[in-house]
Design a protein around this ligand. Structure first.
Ligand SMILES: [Zn+2]
Length: 274
């Protein structure tokens, strides 16, 4: 039983500010400690349900937020910058389940702590097949390509809500309630970890009922940027069309290719922020 874990950081119980989840932030050490606890809880739950191989893909910011020796012993750790498949690097068809741990809501969500969709300095909104989506929905494209169910997601209630659109039946563990983009009421970390452990275990135990994501193919992705320049730059890619001053659209018959184009658009527009 092989489990793939994509780990973000804004969805961790106790985190409510960028200072707690960006390297150099005055409270980053606290954030690292908290995210490690949640990842290990997910690993423990998966192992308790029979997982014997786990890959942890660090998907947040500079993607080296976890101390490798402190990770659950069955986990290998994929870390560091430029991963072509970014938050989903390393996933392949041999995996039995995907977990999305410490995820957060999309930039378009009404009430989501530290909301963003890949890059808050460039992306104002993303729609997948006409539905506003965040990172979870986009990342689900890769799981769908490989035919692997996304079994567990953890974060705030916005994260849990948004996941249902493309991953029906997913086990969602809510560890905090977003009050605004910069305030949240979190469970005690010990309680959050307890729920994640139980959720991970339950997700693996009912894997037989879970299907890979259900994104209608071919997926259409619509990205609205903060500035017109970003939309202009994105059209340099084949198949990316400008539909509004700041909006581009693209589609692909293959969910993986659609995701790759999205990642390339993110990379391409990164240098155009202020
Ligand atoms: Zn994120």
């Amino acid at each position: 039983m092989k489990v793939y874990i994509s780990v973000d950081m804004e969805g961790v119980a106790g985190i409510a500010d960028w200072e707690q989840c960006l390297a150099g932030g005055d409270d980053y050490a606290l954030g690292r400690d908290l995210v490690l606890g949640e990842v290990n809880a997910a690993i423990d739950g998966a192992v308790a349900a029979g997982a014997d191989e786990i890959l942890v893909n660090d998907s947040h910011s500079v993607m080296r937020n976890l101390p490798p020796a402190a990770l659950g012993a069955r986990a290998s750790y994929l870390s560091g910058r430029f991963k072509p498949l970014y938050m989903m690097e390393g996933l392949e068809g041999g995996f039995d389940a995907v977990f999305m741990v410490s995820y957060h809501g999309s930039i378009g969500h009404e009430r989501a702590i530290l909301s963003h969709t890949y890059n808050p300095s460039a992306i104002w909104e993303v729609k997948l097949n006409g539905i506003v989506t965040g990172e979870a929905g986009l990342n689900a494209l890769v799981a769908q390509h490989h035919g692997v169910p996304v079994a567990l997601i953890t974060g705030d209630q916005a994260t849990a809500d948004e996941a249902q659109a493309f991953m029906p039946g997913i086990e969602a563990v809510v560890v905090k309630r977003s009050v605004s983009r910069f305030a949240a009421e979190s469970l005690h970390p010990a309680r959050a970890c307890e729920l994640i452990r139980a959720g991970a275990r339950a997700a693996i135990e009912r894997l037989g009922e879970l299907k890979p994501p259900t994104i209608a193919v071919p997926p259409t992705i619509e990205v609205t940027f903060l500035t017109a320049d970003m939309a202009e730059a994105a059209t340099a890619l084949r198949g990316v069309e400008r539909t509004e001053t700041r909006t581009v659209t693209f589609m692909s018959g293959d969910p993986l290719q659609a995701y790759r184009t999205f990642v390339t658009v993110v990379t391409l527009t990164r240098g155009l922020g202020e």
